[in-house]
Design a protein around this ligand. Structure first.
Ligand SMILES: Cc1cc2nc3c(=O)[nH]c(=O)nc-3n(C[C@H](O)[C@H](O)[C@H](O)COP(=O)(O)OP(=O)(O)OC[C@H]3O[C@@H](n4cnc5c(N)ncnc54)[C@H](O)[C@@H]3O)c2cc1C
Length: 472
């Protein structure tokens, strides 16, 4: 890759103007490291275009000069996809200034936004119109719609509404050569050939730059019922999901697994957090149902499901939130799980999925395998088990040195991912591939699949200017 010359940098500055051009080391710094300090990079410049035309002009120039461009949204990604490499020659293209809500069509139930709109702002725009945009992640205050779609984000309501990809009707994308594809249709039915939007969603900035999207909206639920239930084991948790979903006629929106060790970490490190139930249980689930009825009626449905769980020994104790405060407390226990692991030392992460029916087997087998390799390791498996997705995170043994533990990252990934493969699962359920898993995906996909992915990359980005070194 040629280093951008001073003339090229000047041409880029002319495209975006002084507000959109950052070159000073100190000003570029927040774009060159991600929040956990795991991935860092350097860049020749950070560009912040304000329109799709500016993105297009940047890409035309990048294509002509063979510059490497790294798209960046809210910089909350967990696999290093949004970070440039260490050469200082790549360009970071941040969508942060493209943050306009373009249109809301209440009849069509759609919201059209710039890619740089934060997820929280998109949810807000829907709320103000009495609608729901259901994508929901703990990073929603910072992550952007473009980043959500580029990573096909999951989150806490996939069970009911699907992944990010299921929530999009149309896209606007700038291609590697600067061409603009305006696919901002709000159509729910359109079978005129290939569905191009799905190529770009989940492609992590390697096939095109998403600049706008038409998002699907849903009726805003009037009733929310939230419960914390103690369950004896993971198998019971999975069975309880079926009971709750059947009894409520599909109103379960969230079904999250929380291990006892997670509650211990949260109560130890999060101010004001307390045990959700009086007795200690090895496992818990956070269950949420939503509906258009009243909360009192939905609470009755939740009670029925939990009562059936108690009768059949799937549940040992449970509490239904009686106020917004209590609901918030339940959610805080779940949402703090990632954060509090930091306070316990080193943490090795896995973001895997297996069929929901294999979840209990997976957690048991993976726990045995990592404990055999490193006695004292503390698995903290938590998350979206309703989707067959669990963050099988490992906290370091108490007495161990953090550096020595983190040195086992690759080996532990190898042990856990071998079990995932055996069970027909995925080694990246929702966070993507980025840099972290780029070298590993070839082992989990067939040669035919890998060849198809490389063919697509070559066809759409023949000069390899878009986010090199990521995904494929
Ligand atoms: C506390 C916390 C909780 C999280 N919880 C979840 C969760 O529950 N589920 C989940 O799926 N993820 C979760 N994440 C991961 C992360 O928030 C998501 O992946 C999010 O979708 C990334 O959005 P972003 O705007 O920050 O993108 P970035 O981090 O900036 O970028 C991510 C990738 O997308 C590409 N990209 C960004 N914008 C564009 C664009 N406009 N066009 C093309 N490519 C682009 C980048 O090049 C990069 O490869 C969590 C992260 C944190 C910190």
């Amino acid at each position: 890759m040629p280093k951008p010359t001073p003339e090229t940098l000047q041409r880029l500055r002319d495209i975006v103007g002084p507000k959109g051009f950052i070159e000073a080391e100190a000003d570029m710094a927040p774009y060159l490291v991600e929040r956990r300090d795991l991935y860092k990079g350097r860049a020749a410049a950070v560009l912040k275009p304000a329109s799709v035309e500016e993105v297009s002009a940047i890409m035309k120039l990048a294509h002509e000069a063979g510059l490497h461009v790294v798209p960046q949204g809210g910089n909350t990604g967990l696999v290093g996809g949004q970070m440039p490499d260490g050469t200082g020659e790549e360009i970071v293209l941040s969508l942060a200034r493209m943050n306009r809500v373009r249109a809301l069509d209440a009849e069509n139930n759609t919201l059209t936004v710039d890619a740089g709109v934060t997820l929280a702002a998109a949810q807000d725009a829907a709320r103000q119109a009495g609608r729901l945009f259901p994508l929901s992640l703990a990073s929603e205050g910072s992550c952007q719609i473009g980043g959500n779609l580029a990573t096909n984000a999951g989150g806490t309501q996939v069970l009911r509404y699907g992944n990010a990809r299921d929530l999009v009707l149309g896209l606007e994308v700038v291609l590697a050569n600067g061409d603009i594809w305006n696919g901002l249709t709000g159509l729910r039915k359109d079978n005129t050939g290939y569905d191009l939007r799905h190529l770009f969603m989940g492609s992590e900035g390697t096939l095109g730059i998403i600049t706008g999207a038409v998002l699907k909206l849903f009726p805003r639920p009037r009733a929310i019922s939230t419960a914390f239930a103690a369950v004896p084991d993971v198998e019971a948790a999975v069975k309880l999901l079926r009971v709750a979903d059947d009894l409520s006629g599909g109103q379960v929106t969230t079904f999250e697994l929380v291990p006892r060790i997670g509650i211990e970490f949260v109560t130890r490190h999060l101010d004001g957090a307390s045990d959700p139930l009086p007795d200690i249980s090895p496992w818990y689930v956070l269950i949420e149902m939503t509906a258009g009825t009243e909360t009192a009626k939905l609470d009755e449905t939740m009670e029925m499901a939990l009562a059936e769980g108690l009768d059949t020994k799937l549940v040992t104790d449970a509490a239904i939130a009686q106020s917004e405060t209590q609901r918030g407390d339940f959610w805080r226990l779940r949402e703090a799980l990632s954060e509090v692991q930091r306070a316990e030392g080193g943490s090795i992460k896995h973001d895997i999925s297996v069929p929901v029916s294999r979840m209990a087997d997976f957690i048991a087998a993976a726990t045995d395998a990592v404990s055999a390799r490193l006695p004292g390791v503390r698995p903290v498996p938590f998350g979206h088990i309703g989707d067959g997705n669990v963050h099988f995170n490992l906290s370091q043994p108490v007495e161990m040195d953090k550096g020595s533990f983190l040195a086992l990252w690759g080996e532990m990934n190898g042990i856990v991912h071998a079990i995932v493969r055996e069970m027909g699962g995925s080694i990246s359920a929702e966070h993507g591939v980025g840099q972290l898993k780029r070298d590993e995906i070839a082992a989990t996909k067939s040669p035919v699949e890998m060849a198809l992915m490389r063919t697509l990359k070559k066809a759409l980005d023949p000069k390899g200017v878009l986010n090199p070194g990521k995904v494929v």
